[in-house]
Design a protein around this ligand. Structure first.
Ligand code: SIN
Length: 531
């Protein structure tokens, strides 16, 4: 058994920011499924929304966030995150993150702020079109300098260890976590008084996603099994523009392309968004994704097109080097032709219910970043608000975790992991089949436009799949594939169950059975708890 003062599961912006701050107060382990940089953060192109210009104000940023959130944001949380943003950005720049600047007059330079859907002002700080990658590298670089931190790469958290699960029910608390070492295939026990879930989202639950392979909903699934409250999982954000190409897996075409004038066109070349919303291609994401879905279904075309060919080539190459190069690799020259795009699952607005400090209802357990649901995003996240939330909540969580540390270490003995049966999985095909079935099922039945009948069908299928997966789980040695499948199935069921509870349309949840918003009945969070 290993013991640390703080255990952080996940190595994106939230997990690493927490870890860096916690190293000042004790020993830290950062557990990550693959390499340190294999995170959603590293794939974030757009940037960080933050008020930095004289033409902008906290009030406007708060207003835009609340408007996107469609009545479900917690205004106090939004205010905290928005107003504490500039201080956290300053810390990032001190670590060496150089946000893009532009020359204004003579030698005077200022931040080059991007614009994205739903923002009334330019306020997105970015490093060209690879903001997340730059931040991730800086944070990992900084962490590597700290003496009291261990980065556990290729390790996957299996389950949280809680006092209640061990039979000490009077005061439930999180005591640590079981972790699978991919190389040795052994499950290790880590004890800690402060465990932090920073595992990101669950894009891989859908057939098409902008997320990397690690996004399998692990944190939400573990918290669910530990009996925590899970909030608002029906609100899955579909990004309108994922590259449509047979060989391109999950490549995002940033909303910043539309922010700089890119126009969405259908297969006939029409600027169709004008028919759906007066803001055209830069309408909020939920509206654009639904419009593309409708356009594709109506015409039978397989994608729509994002056209920025009217902008000067040097501007495109300079502002979007990563997108430009990647499209070229797939034979698409965005200087001369429109980029084929489709919507894809992008962001989980719900998650483990927490306060603005990332504290969950289980003592000693924090959930920060995409895995947590603070109330910041409500029913629809405003573009580029997530890195900001990750930074601010990680900072607050680190302070809260230190302040509330128990005076004496927990003495409850932790049992070693019991592998019920040591057989290797004999038919991997079953895992891969179930994995594909979940992702296809979620795409077809629980996508951008929903119906009660399709949700019920999805629910019945998922129950069967979960039964099968449970049998596998207890009869065979655990592997990362099997653990991810179990988590994926649990999170898919949570999305479906939450969607079935909401008999209205709001933000990212749109159902043909109840196309109106019903403020009287449903202006509230969806909360699910096991049992
Ligand atoms: C994008 O670059 O379009 C993604 C930004 C975000 O999802 O916040």
């Amino acid at each position: 058994m290993k013991e640390y003062d703080f255990v952080v599961i996940g190595s994106g912006i939230a997990g690493l920011s927490f870890a860096l701050k916690a190293t000042r107060h004790g020993s830290v382990a950062v557990i990550t499924k693959r390499k340190g940089a294999d995170t959603n953060t590293a794939w974030a192109q757009g940037g960080i929304a933050c008020v930095t210009s004289d033409e902008d104000s906290f009030e406007l940023h708060v207003r835009d966030t609340l408007e996107a959130g469609a009545g479900l944001c917690d205004e106090a949380v939004v205010r905290t995150v928005v107003t504490e943003g500039p201080e956290r950005i300053r810390e990032l720049t001190e670590l060496g993150v150089q946000f893009d600047q532009r020359e204004v007059s003579g030698h005077h330079r200022e931040l080059d702020l991007g614009k994205e859907g739903g923002h009334s002002k330019r306020r997105v700080l970015h490093v060209r079109d690879a903001t997340g990658q730059e931040i991730e590298e800086r944070l990992l670089h900084e962490l590597a300098k700290r003496p009291n931190v261990d980065l556990w790469e290729n390790h996957m958290a299996v389950d949280l260890i809680t006092a209640a699960k061990l039979g000490f029910a009077t005061e439930d608390r999180c005591l640590g976590v079981y972790v699978l070492d991919e190389k040795t295939e052994e499950v290790e026990t880590i004890r800690s008084d402060r465990t932090v879930l920073a595992t990101g989202g669950c894009g891989k639950v859908y057939l098409y996603t902008t997320n990397p392979d690690i996004a399998t909903g692990d944190g939400v699934a573990m918290a669910w099994r530990a009996g925590l409250e899970i909030s608002n999982m029906e609100f899955i954000q579909f990004h309108p523009t994922c590259l449509f190409h047979a060989e391109a897996k999950s490549f995002l075409i940033s909303e910043a392309v539309r922010g700089e004038g890119g126009i969405l066109r259908n297969h006939r070349g029409e600027d169709f968004m004008r028919r759906y919303d007066s803001r055209g291609s830069l309408a909020p994401r939920d509206i654009v994704a639904r419009a593309i879905d409708a356009e594709i279904k109506r015409s039978g075309a397989r994608c729509v097109f994002l056209d920025i060919t009217h902008k000067p080539p040097e501007f495109i190459r300079e502002r979007f080097p990563h997108i430009y190069r990647t499209c070229l690799r797939f034979g698409i020259d965005m200087l001369k032709q429109a980029i084929p795009v489709v919507p894809a699952a992008h962001y989980q607005c719900g998650g483990i219910k927490t306060d603005v400090n990332g504290a969950t209802s289980l003592l000693g357990l924090f959930a920060i970043g995409e895995v947590g649901c603070t109330g910041m995003h409500g029913a629809n996240r405003l573009a580029s608000n997530s890195l900001l939330e990750g930074l601010v909540v990680a900072h607050r969580a680190a302070a809260a975790a230190v302040q509330t540390r128990p005076a004496r270490k927990q003495k409850i003995p932790l049992p070693e992991w019991q592998s019920g049966n040591v057989q290797d999985v004999d038919e991997l095909v079953v895992i891969y089949h179930n994995w594909d079935e979940i992702r296809r099922l979620m795409w077809d039945y629980v996508g951008i436009v929903r119906t009660h009948k399709r949700l019920q069908r999805a629910s019945a299928r998922l129950r069967n799949l979960q039964r099968e997966i449970r049998e596998f789980y207890w009869n065979f040695k655990v592997s990362i594939d099997l653990l991810e499948l179990r988590n994926l199935a649990a999170v898919a069921a949570l999305i479906v169950d939450s969607a079935l509870c909401r008999k209205e349309s709001r933000g990212l949840h749109y159902t043909l059975d109840h196309p109106e918003t019903d403020d009287r009945e449903f202006k509230r969070d969806t909360l699910l708890r096991r049992g």
